[in-house]
Design a binder for this molecule. Structure first.
Ligand SMILES: Nc1ncnc2c1ncn2[C@@H]1O[C@H](COP(=O)(O)OP(=O)(O)O)[C@@H](O)[C@H]1O
Ligand SMILES: [Mg+2]
Length: 316
């Protein structure tokens, strides 16, 4: 698709948050690639009332990395924008995918999801009893609405092994690392949000998390994120490292199984897997809202999404 083939240049809002008004490096790479297709990428803060969304040809959610603090406002925003201009990924996907309860839909459909116990906000849950019932020595507790390891703790009966600030659902509670009873960390989360409890998968310390990145349902590239020594959170913000990876047949199979459950094909998707067993990976997340897409790890990747975006714009 050449620039000359388009009737006119397009302006696309690249959606970010107030703390990242100029976008992140990943999305600057995408912006450069989009320019080659006659697309001007304009950074826009999603909750900035001055943005005139209807003046854009489309809107791509990129680094709205505070949505978990105001999820209702964010989903409302997405519906309003999508009523005026094309929004990728769309508002129904955003409403569903911003709450990890979507993992239950995958589990119900037979997709191998990380084993998960669920507790509703406000419920009381005896962590020691839960761990004993499941035979889990160590567990991860995480809020249903969260990003970048917000609010996550690695726990064992009696103590938090590692954790961070609990930030979820509009509030922030500081949990000093290693100093709080695991039950206290869980109670603090339950006061704010629905909670997931999962067995801690030790493979995350060695193999990390494998991410497969898809544009229009086609695998573009894969990367592996590993935590820094002493941590279990793979994100760069926690000291994690990233490298290009090969996605084997088992990983591709789980990703395909998960993507097949979606209504329609998302413009972009990132499938995150834990490999306790490399031949039988577990889905930990399928990110359809604003995942990092790791364009820096594959020089052709930004061009692939830019082309897919140009095609969506031309198909309007
Ligand atoms: N069950 C688990 N076992 C081991 N590590 C986990 C587990 N769940 C989460 N983690 C670690 O915590 C990180 C964040 O969890 P995740 O479910 O991906 O939520 P989010 O990325 O939305 O904050 C993961 O990338 C991984 O490093
Ligand atoms: Mg994640």
């Amino acid at each position: 698709m050449s620039t000359a083939a388009r009737p006119r240049a397009a302006r696309v809002a690249f959606v970010t948050c107030a703390t990242l008004p100029a976008l992140v490096a990943d999305d600057l790479l995408l912006g450069d690639a989009a320019r080659a297709h006659g697309i001007e990428a304009v950074p826009c803060v999603w909750d900035d009332p001055a943005v005139e969304w209807e003046t854009f040809d489309g809107c791509l959610v990129r680094s709205a990395w505070d949505y978990h603090l105001r999820r209702d406002a964010f989903t409302t925003w997405s519906r309003e924008v999508a009523a005026a201009i094309p929004l990728w990924n769309g508002p129904d996907v955003i409403a569903w995918n911003t709450d990890k309860r979507y993992l239950r839909d995958f589990a119900a459909a037979g997709v191998p999801v990380v084993p998960t116990a669920w507790a509703a906000r406000g419920a009381s849950l005896d962590l020691a009893a839960l761990l004993a019932d499941h035979g889990w020595e160590e567990a991860i507790v995480k809020p249903a609405v969260g990003i970048g390891s917000s609010g996550i703790s690695r726990v064992r009966d009696g103590g938090v092994v590692a954790g961070g600030a609990i930030v979820s659902g509009g509030g922030a509670i500081s949990v000093p690392r290693g100093a709080v009873a695991a039950q206290t960390a869980l109670d603090a989360l339950l006061a704010q949000d629905d909670v997931l409890v999962q067995p801690f998968a030790p493979s995350v310390l060695e193999r990390g998390e494998l991410s497969l990145i898809f544009f229009e349902g086609v695998l573009s590239h894969a990367i592996r994120k590993r935590p820094s020594d002493g941590d279990f959170r793979v994100q760069a913000g926690w000291g994690g490292t990233i490298e290009p990876a090969r996605a084997g047949p088992a990983a591709r199979g789980v990703a395909a199984q998960a993507l097949a459950q979606l209504d329609g094909t998302p413009l972009y998707a990132r499938v995150d897997l834990l490999e306790e067993d490399v031949d039988a990976p577990w889905l930990i997340e399928l990110e359809l809202v604003d995942p990092v897409l790791y364009f820096g790890e594959d020089p052709a990747a930004a061009g692939r999404l830019a082309l897919a975006l140009a095609r969506r714009l031309d198909a309007r």
